[in-house]
Design a protein around this ligand. Structure first.
Ligand code: 5RP
Length: 231
């Protein structure tokens, strides 16, 4: 089974949790896009759902495939969000934001009764941090914010490159008009402490650590998909 097939398996298993009439948060990334394609088939088959996309990219795909969309203003309370992750551990703490949509993803997940994470088994790690942590920052004061992040990380014994994400020759710009610093800390033994430190920095808009947000995860491997609940 190749990586795409595993993503499809996880997306299929998540689709079984979608019920008629649900208000759905719809994630971003290649795994979430497999879910969107399967959801579109169900919509064409007659299921009624309303989706709130977590990015402009996901919104475009949903429109193309005929999934009815609403904004979070129109639907501020959602039943279920289904989204991918860049990494997750046994406590279901996630690193997200590889696709640059972490702010809207976190807002949408927080507005949902449940969040299901879909991922292939390569995303499951003992300790988070192999994947660089995306930190969304305001362009104003970028240099000062970078220093503040370095100092905050140092307090927790963390260090590593903070790389400004690029898109070709330009700085990558999120849907909210912010930049992303990808932090290569290597290992993040205490995600809650790091989250607290990052949240206290004014120039940090949001970070990609999702803590106590996932209800459960569906992890796909060559043998099929399994459900992972927090330890
Ligand atoms: C986007 C995300 C994605 O969920 C994450 O990057 C996983 O993407 P993929 O399914 O393509 O591996 O957080 O901001």
């Amino acid at each position: 089974m190749d990586a795409r097939e595993m993503k499809v398996k996880a997306a299929e298993a998540a689709l079984a949790h979608v019920e008629d009439g649900m208000r759905l948060g719809i994630g971003t990334g290649s795994t979430a896009e497999e879910f969107v394609r399967l959801l579109a088939e169900k919509v064409h088959g007659g299921i009624r759902v309303e989706g709130v996309p977590t990015s402009e990219r996901t919104a475009r795909l949903c429109v193309e495939l005929g999934i009815p969309l609403k904004s979070l203003e129109e639907l501020p309370e959602l039943d279920l969000t289904i989204d991918g992750a860049d990494e997750l551990d046994a406590n279901l703490t996630l690193i997200k934001g590889g696709g640059g949509a972490l702010l809207r993803e976190k807002i949408v997940a927080a507005a949902s009764g449940q969040m299901i994470v879909i991922a292939d088994e390569t995303k499951l790690v003992d300790t988070l941090g192999r994947f660089p942590l995306p930190i969304e920052v305001n362009p104003f004061g970028l240099a000062a914010t970078r220093i503040a992040i370095e100092r905050a990380a140092e307090k927790l014994g963390l260090s590593g490159d903070l790389k400004l994400r690029m898109s070709g020759n330009d700085n990558f710009m999120t849907d909210g008009g912010h930049y992303i610093l990808d932090a290569s800390f290597g290992r993040i033994p205490d995600a809650e402490a790091l989250s607290g430190e990052l949240n206290s920095i004014p120039g940090v808009v949001e970070h990609g650590l999702f803590i106590h947000m996932a209800s459960f995860a569906i992890i796909a491997g060559p043998a099929g998909a399994r459900t992972l609940k927090a330890k």
